[in-house]
Ligand binder design. Structure first.
Ligand code: PFF
Length: 486
């Protein structure tokens, strides 16, 4: 057991660190594209409703669990359930999920770092060619960048909560806000930029169907770093005198504003590149957008600002994404570190080495999943298609287990830890919360329709991603002749 638990130094420090976790690749690329393809302003409105009415209470629940238990997710579930064996399972899931999400997120961040370095070396024209991405991700330099990135992230983590995580967030987050605004202001002055803004903002309610609703909800949940044990861990570093509801609101507002503002960067850039574009044809995958499409757009800026100007813009963008990804990775890797420290009594340094070693090996497995090693490239068959190791990690942990973890947090807090204890923790450090409408709403919603919604999303994902495989394997089993039992 570690001697004295570390804490964030100030409320602002906590808000910036949690916002650093929340603001990630998802905000800067996935959100604008999803909004554009799924009804513009209508999607934005629905997303905002999901953030504030569904996700915010879950964030408060995670923070309250962590702060009351003063422990990592495994310890929090154990302690608040009074040592129940059954409830230790969600605790372990809240550990395995961030561990594995960090692995695939590390690989994508390595690519961002690679693209930043190539741009700075004057190779934007190369990045804008179709073939480059495939060549780049299969080149050995990826391993070097992985080492560099892991050293940087674990270096921040080695300095601890206040001097590492909090200080990095206090430096990097304001830088991120300023750079994002600078890029938006620049891009808004480009020709046809307003076409992009219009497309982004004008609502088209006709596009809202059940798939879009589910996408908006999943995006909001992921964007706020929920279901990953991060907020439980960060909650355990919060001071009792700080308000959980107030800080959560600040984090959710910052995260949503950054996502919204990123749309004012991406869409005008796309329409400047091609005013006739049909945004419904944009790639759904963030990686496809960042590495295949955006470099072409950035290169096209050379017509107005020259090759150097276009490269500077592209470098600023990749740097922005890199900063957002690093602050997210710091938060997610802190979860297993906290677990090893709290549950196994390891020192911070030893925990970092242990986790980094395992994550390095798994990240290599993901990095070679794109053709370098056949075993990892065609790792399994799911729903009739080959899936790589990278795909599998993403499908299991990001698509499927995330909403399940959220569902379990709701049920645990309200029905096992009990509403009254949770409510008491939210009132601690926030005198205005007592008797407020938000108090009533949170207590009611977390025990009723929020878990129901998360359950529906979970069922929907399982049906979409796994049912085909399960049904076809059952079918094969039934047709296989029975072997005689010995
Ligand atoms: N909110 C982050 C994002 O939108 O990218 C979610 C996240 C992903 C947090 C991966 C941490 C992480 F390592």
């Amino acid at each position: 057991m570690s001697a004295v638990r570390e804490h964030f130094g100030s409320r602002l420090g906590f808000i910036l660190a949690a916002a650093g976790s929340a603001v990630g690749i998802g905000n800067l690329v996935a959100f604008p594209v999803a909004a554009t393809k799924s009804g513009g302003g209508a999607f934005l409105l629905m997303y905002a409703l999901f953030v504030f009415f569904i996700c915010l209470p879950v964030m408060m629940a995670e923070l309250a669990m962590g702060r009351r238990a003063d422990k990592d997710p495994v310890g929090a579930y154990r302690q608040l359930s009074g040592g129940s064996r059954g409830w230790s399972i969600p605790g372990w899931m809240a550990l395995a999920t961030p561990f594995m999400i960090a692995v695939f997120y590390l690989v994508v961040t390595v690519w961002v770092l690679g693209y930043l370095i190539e741009t700075l070396r004057g190779n934007l024209d190369l990045l804008a060619t179709e073939a480059h991405f495939g060549q780049f991700i299969n080149s050995p330099v990826v391993f070097l960048y992985l080492v560099v990135l892991m050293v940087a992230i674990n270096g921040i983590l080695a300095m601890g909560v206040k001097d590492g995580i909090e200080r990095a967030a206090k430096t990097l987050m304001p830088m991120l806000f300023v750079m994002l605004l600078g890029l938006v202001l620049f891009v808004l002055t480009r020709e046809n930029a307003m076409l992009g803004v219009k497309y982004y903002l004008i609502p088209d309610f006709g596009k809202i169907d059940s798939a879009v609703v589910s996408k908006a909800m999943a995006q909001a949940f992921f964007s706020l770093s929920l279901g990953m044990g991060i907020m439980i861990t960060y909650g355990s570093y919060m001071k009792k005198r700080d308000s959980i509801p107030g800080s959560s609101r600040a984090v959710a507002i910052t995260d949503t504003l950054v996502a919204f503002t990123a749309g004012l960067l991406i869409l005008p850039s796309i329409f400047h590149f091609d005013p006739q574009i049909d945004p419904s044809e944009l790639s759904d995958s963030s990686a496809g957008m960042i590495f295949l499409f955006l470099p072409k757009i950035f290169l096209s800026l050379q017509d107005s600002v020259g090759y150097f100007g276009a490269s500077a813009f592209a470098a600023a963008f990749f740097f922005l994404v890199l900063v957002a990804a690093i602050t997210s990775l710091v938060s997610i890797i802190e979860v297993p570190i906290a677990t090893l420290r709290d549950e196994r009594g390891m020192s911070r340094r030893k925990a970092i080495y242990t986790i980094a070693a395992v994550q390095f090996v798994l990240a290599i497995g993901c990095a070679v999943s794109f053709g370098m090693v056949n075993f990892f490239t065609q790792f399994v068959q799911l729903a009739g298609a080959d899936k790589s190791f990278f795909d599998l990690v993403e499908i299991i942990f990001y698509d499927t287990i995330l909403p399940l973890n959220g569902l379990l947090v709701c049920l645990f807090v309200i029905y096992k830890w009990k509403k009254a204890n949770f409510d008491q923790e939210l009132q601690e450090g926030d005198s205005t919360f007592t008797g407020s409408v938000s108090q009533k709403y949170i207590n009611f919603s977390l025990g009723t329709f929020i878990p129901l919604l998360l359950l529906l999303i979970f069922i929907n994902t399982v049906a979409l991603k796994f049912l085909d495989t399960v049904l076809s394997s059952l079918w094969r089993k039934r047709k296989r002749p029975r072997l005689p039992t010995p």
